[in-house]
Design a protein around this ligand. Structure first.
Ligand SMILES: Cc1cc2nc3c(=O)[nH]c(=O)nc-3n(C[C@H](O)[C@H](O)[C@H](O)COP(=O)(O)O)c2cc1C
Length: 227
């Protein structure tokens, strides 16, 4: 089977995945609904979280096998870490292409989305004529591996307004099952999916000053392609 599998909380990776699926004429599957474990061509699109590979993506990579794997990491123009190299080091997959795609940051309302899809065409061509590649190591902040979830919890709060109708959409769609009775528990990874799916826009993110200052720093905006 050939497929584009995506993990996406705020829609950026999903948009990139849709581009690949359309151009390659492959099925597109949400990582949470993905039952297949054996692929011929697999394109995996996911966001960088705290310069790391999200846990859902790690679990997926552990249970699937692919003859040809393409890994596409979207990132919010801060730092993409070293996730593609780490995938190649940790999992025994035959990687044929990769890319870091700068997109809108999940926490910044007025950030620009990625729409320059034509620049990804070399990756499409490489998937059609696959051969194994070696992904280089990139810079990753040494602190990125120290309590990443705790750091994003300290930097960001999710607040509920009186508009909340207790419809349960956030509870149902939380990727880590962190919401119970409208309350966010300690499993929360601050992916802000709940904020995105709330039909009443009753959830908002409140950032601490250090987080605001961090996100205001000069950003990286590089599309990096490996073929
Ligand atoms: C918990 C979390 C951590 C993030 N960490 C980083 C990061 O370290 N560097 C970065 O450039 N962007 C970071 N981002 C931004 C996302 O990588 C970026 O917005 C991505 O495109 C979101 O993809 P999605 O909309 O498919 O979920 C982070 C976003 C979240 C929610």
């Amino acid at each position: 089977m050939n497929a584009v599998v995506f993990y996406s909380n705020t829609g950026q990776s999903r948009a990139v995945a849709e581009f690949f699926a359309e151009r390659l004429k492959y099925a597109i599957v949400d990582i949470w609904e993905c039952k297949e474990v054996r692929y011929h061509d697999l394109v995996l699109v996911f966001p960088v979280h705290c310069q790391n590979i999200p846990d859902a993506v790690k679990a997926f990579l552990e249970r699937v096998s692919a003859d040809n794997l393409t890994v596409i990491a979207t990132y919010g123009k801060m730092c993409c870490g070293n996730v593609l190299h780490e995938i190649q080091q940790k999992y025994p997959h035959h990687i044929v292409a990769g890319a870091y795609v700068p997109t809108k940051h999940s926490y910044i309302d007025d950030d620009e989305i990625f729409c320059d899809f034509d620049r990804l065409m070399p990756v499409i061509e490489k998937i059609k004529q696959p051969s194994e590649i070696v992904l280089p190591r990139l810079y990753k902040n040494p602190l990125a591996d120290v309590f990443p979830v705790l750091r994003s919890r300290l930097g960001l709060r999710i607040c509920r307004s009186a508009d909340c109708s207790n419809c349960g959409a956030c509870t149902a769609q939380c990727p880590v099952g962190a919401i119970r009775n409208g309350m966010t528990g300690c499993r929360c990874i601050r992916c802000v999916k709940c904020v995105t799916v709330c039909p009443k826009q009753a959830l908002t993110v409140k950032m601490s000053l250090p987080m605001k200052l961090y996100l205001r720093q000069k950003k990286a905006n590089r599309l990096i392609i490996y073929i």
